[in-house]
Design a protein around this ligand. Structure first.
Ligand code: ATP
Length: 448
């Protein structure tokens, strides 16, 4: 993978600015000058993020009968990381530019014709020798700060699915093939975080370990690739920006016979969005060896006992949010100016709809709009925005920018016949519908 240059792309700047202006994502602890590459999701960002997670959980857990969810502790027994190989091998090669002293991941640097690394900051080509830098974040558990109290913030959610394998087997008695799924925070002391929320040191993952018999791995791999494609389509990721990179043997983990990186054309270049890997029986075998506990599965039909093999679809929540935002950001030239809108799928949109009075200075319209807004809320259709500030044109623009698919406006005709106008975010077309039918109108558009 090549160096992720700090983005100066126009689109990226526009997305970052919209995210801050409209309360999606802003710098963490900003009043103290922030903390490098820490980002907070604001009132609209948390809705988007939760909707992504909800959609994933719904598709991969609730809609299936062979998937078991867990929510494991972030801090795990350190023996986990010994067995998984993370303590020894979860490292990147770090080099330092001898001129400007910036540090980089060696595998992300561009090289010249003579295969010499080029410093992306100062352009010089003199670097220190590569040192292996472990990416796990360490802390101490309990009051003593010594080696025996060291624990690690998990660098992936995946290991909990292997460590909890026996518990899920004995409590749920699943039949192979089956999967264990989890969404949660992971931590990596990345050498070069950056590009907004693309690479951070604290992030969320949505991961599945799907346990199979060895001889079915090729078919299962294709199947999971297909499932990922279907889910990416369902959340509205721009298909023309998605690429499938077959990771060559030399770059794969030694136990993986096939790995596909799902890449996305971000505004700063084509980068990994997700990973899909066949991990053989490496993890369960390692944990069996280290813990002394059997990780075998007993097949009642054949009478066979074996350690299952595994297919791992591994997805990042923040990278999904960034890919969604860059897919959805649209500018449309109008007669007088340019309109910005987020073409978000209704399931992902922070607000499903907004309700306005046509004029903010007419109490009868404001009261009626508030009444309709409350009725929609009590029909459990949420979240819905109410806005009576500024003029109606400005309100439409504000809702366009945050991706609200429908705006319902209460006008004088509403007072007579109970109908409201509904304006479609993408087409800006308006029609009239009965205000009582708004909850049904919204529910019909929702997919989950
Ligand atoms: P990269 O090569 O970009 O460092 P990786 O191959 O190490 O990524 P995996 O270990 O396969 O990543 O992690 C699975 C997924 O978790 C990634 O595809 C990505 O969506 C997400 N992810 C990994 N590291 C980060 C990070 N530092 N910040 C945000 N998301 C991340």
């Amino acid at each position: 993978m090549k160096n992720e240059k700090k983005s100066e792309s126009d689109l990226m700047e526009k997305i970052i600015s919209l995210c801050k202006r409209r309360g999606f994502i802003f710098a963490g602890s900003e009043i103290y000058g922030g903390l490098a590459n820490a980002w907070d999701f604001g009132p609209l960002g948390v809705e988007l993020k939760n909707n992504i997670k909800k959609s994933w959980w719904n598709y991969f857990v609730h809609q299936r009968s062979d998937m078991y969810g867990i929510d494991a502790a972030i801090l795990m027994n350190p023996k986990t990381w010994e067995a998984s190989g993370h303590l020894k091998g979860f490292s990147d090669a770090l080099v330092e530019c001898k001129n400007c002293h910036e540090r980089f991941r060696a595998d992300m640097l561009e090289k010249d014709k003579e295969e010499k690394y080029i410093c992306p900051s100062c352009g010089k080509k003199e670097f220190t020798d590569a040192k292996q830098f472990n990416l796990m974040l360490k802390t101490f558990l309990g009051p003593a700060e010594d080696e025996s109290h060291v624990v690690y913030f998990r660098p992936e959610t995946a290991q909990a699915m292997f460590v909890d394998f026996k518990q899920v087997m004995s409590s749920m008695s699943p039949k192979i093939p089956f999967g264990i799924a989890q969404i949660g925070k992971s931590f990596r002391n990345e050498i070069t975080p950056g590009n907004f929320i693309f690479r951070t040191r604290e992030f969320e993952q949505m991961e599945i370990e799907y346990f199979i018999s060895k001889n079915s791995w090729q078919d299962q791999f294709e199947y999971w690739l297909g499932e990922l494609k279907k889910w990416m389509k369902s959340i509205g990721l721009d298909e023309s920006k998605i690429f499938y990179y077959e990771v060559p043997e030399s770059d794969r983990a030694h136990y993986s016979k096939r790995t596909v990186d799902i890449e996305f054309e971000f505004p700063f270049g084509r980068k990994e969005l997700y990973g899909l890997a066949y991990r053989g029986d490496f993890d369960l075998s390692s944990h069996q060896k280290s813990s002394g506990q059997s990780m075998e599965y007993f097949d009642e039909k054949t009478g066979e006992k074996f350690i299952p093999h595994v297919i791992e679809p591994s997805l990042g929540v923040e990278r999904t949010a960034l890919a969604i935002l860059s897919s959805a950001y649209k500018e449309e030239k109008l007669e007088k100016d340019t309109r910005v809108y987020l073409d978000l799928n209704i399931n992902l949109a922070p607000y499903k709809a907004a309700v306005f009075p046509l004029m903010a200075n007419k109490p009868e319209l404001v009261n009626k709009a508030k009444e309709i807004y409350s009725k929609i809320k009590s029909a459990k259709v949420a979240p819905i925005a109410f806005d009576d500030s500024g003029n109606v044109g400005k309100r439409y623009r504000r809702q366009d920018e945050i991706g609200t698919p429908y705006c319902f406006t209460v006008d004088f005709q509403t007072l007579e016949d109970g109908t409201v106008t509904v304006r479609d975010r993408n087409t800006m077309k308006q029609e009239r519908i009965a205000s009582d039918s708004i909850p049904d109108f919204i529910n019909q558009k929702m997919e989950f």
